[in-house]
Design a protein around this ligand. Structure first.
Ligand code: ADP
Ligand code: GN1
Ligand code: MG
Length: 372
């Protein structure tokens, strides 16, 4: 089903939610690769205006919407309690859903698409790129704090919303199958990138092995820790809320750290075509390391902290391998906006991995500084 058709029941969906006003306008919103996000403008009975975030969950990717919403409900209600204990404002510091008229946290339309609606977090912004280093630092504190707040949550009880999401070993195995199938005949033109993946088998193995050996604990992880999944308060610049909780599930804390570095410490955009612009900015790496460790407030083990640089390398490698897999499969997973978009994205990630390998000593030294 194409995107347009998938969203054709938007109006039907809007009518199902118990919103606190009349919808006066509907706009496309956000830059995500997976879901479709809309901003609804509301006119309330008292004459004031309001906003609502409406999202169509991509059910080609999130195949278990019921479990997904269960995770979100469980985690956000747990977060609510912790935020209240800390004296925070749970209406702004975590996501809050609107219920449907039949008291469900989502609505499934007649085409099978699932929709949900969130209270809009006012006077806050999510940034697609690091415009100010302080914003990146703030996001680090917020994702670290997320680890702290959820440290006692029984991670294994959460559903795996996408099976093997950060199972880099399994993704490596799948990659080899996709290369062998080469169903779009694209393998020939990307031999260098394929070789790069195959040379990095150990990078694909290491974290899974350490987890299996009990050296890295299972945590509640966000799994999509890009800067644009944090809302920063417009007035104070402080990070107030971690959003985009679809991929919250059991995972490794180092991967949450790593995915942020992959995206935010890069000197160029994820789809930059001029690779000379891509490197890992060590001052941003340091800033994020400092903020993340502060936010975690002692909840990480020493091994987890020592493995933070590895988290960065593995997540960057894995993401590049995912983009390349998708390119070889015919761009069926990530939304693309131009020809070879996934290949361009893959190349930036591999360039970053190479750069991290060159800066490996320095990255480890930086982490050591904050080990305490
Ligand atoms: P995707 O999975 O497509 O990245 P997100 O849940 O991150 O979707 O939402 C896309 C964008 O919508 C975010 O980057 C943010 O700017 C905005 N957004 C999402 N939820 C809210 C919210 N509750 N309040 C305000 N803005 C939001
Ligand atoms: C996707 O939806 P979005 O853009 O936040 C993807 C992440 C990737 C990211 C790459 C569910 O995230 O895993 O790291 O693109 N999300 C899913 O930009 O696959
Ligand atoms: Mg997002």
């Amino acid at each position: 089903m194409g995107r347009e058709e998938a969203c054709s029941k938007k109006q039907e969906a809007i009518e199902q939610f118990e919103l606190d006003g009349q919808v006066t306008d509907v706009r496309e919103y956000g830059n995500g690769h997976i879901n479709d996000t809309f901003l609804l403008l509301l006119q309330r009975e008292d004459g004031t205006e309001g906003k609502v975030i409406l999202q169509r969950m991509n059910h080609d990717i999130f195949k278990k919407p019921v479990e997904l919403m269960e995770n979100i409900m469980n985690v956000t209600s747990y977060l609510r309690e912790r935020i209240v204990e800390e004296g925070g404002d749970p209406d702004r510091e975590t996501l809050n859903i609107y219920w449907t008229r039949d008291k469900k946290p989502y609505y499934q339309d007649s085409l099978g698409n699932c929709w949900r609606a969130y209270h809009f977090i006012e006077d806050a912004t999510s940034y697609d790129t690091v415009e100010k280093p302080e914003d990146f630092y703030e996001s680090a504190v917020a994702f670290g704090h997320f680890q702290k707040l959820l440290a006692e949550y029984p991670a294994a009880e959460l559903h795996e919303t996408i099976e093997g999401f950060h199972d880099t070993r399994a993704r490596f195995a799948r990659f080899k199958e996709v290369v062998a199938e080469d169903k779009c005949g694209r393998a020939k033109e990307v031999e260098e990138e394929i070789r790069f993946v195959l040379e990095h088998e150990e990078t694909a193995e290491i974290l899974g092995r350490m987890q299996a050996e009990g050296r890295l604990p299972l945590r509640v992880t966000h799994n999509d820790t890009k800067l644009n999944n944090i809302m920063l308060d417009n007035a104070t610049g402080k990070a107030i809320c971690v959003i985009d909780l679809d991929t919250v599930m059991p995972g490794l804390a180092v991967n949450d750290f790593g995915d942020s570095i992959r995206f935010g410490a890069s000197t160029g955009a994820e789809d930059e075509t001029d690779l000379s612009k891509i490197s890992c900015d060590l001052s941003l790496f340091e800033l994020y390391t400092k903020g993340f460790i502060e936010g975690c407030a002692g909840r990480l083990t020493r091994t987890e902290m020592e493995m933070l640089p590895m988290g960065a390398k593995v997540m960057t490698f894995e993401c590049g391998m995912r983009f390349l897999t998708d390119y070889l499969e015919g761009d069926v997973y990530f939304k693309i906006h131009r020809e070879k978009h996934n290949l361009d994205r893959c190349r930036t990630q591999f360039k970053l991995v190479k750069d991290m390998e060159e800066k490996w000593e320095q990255m480890n030294q930086i982490v050591k500084k904050y080990l305490g």
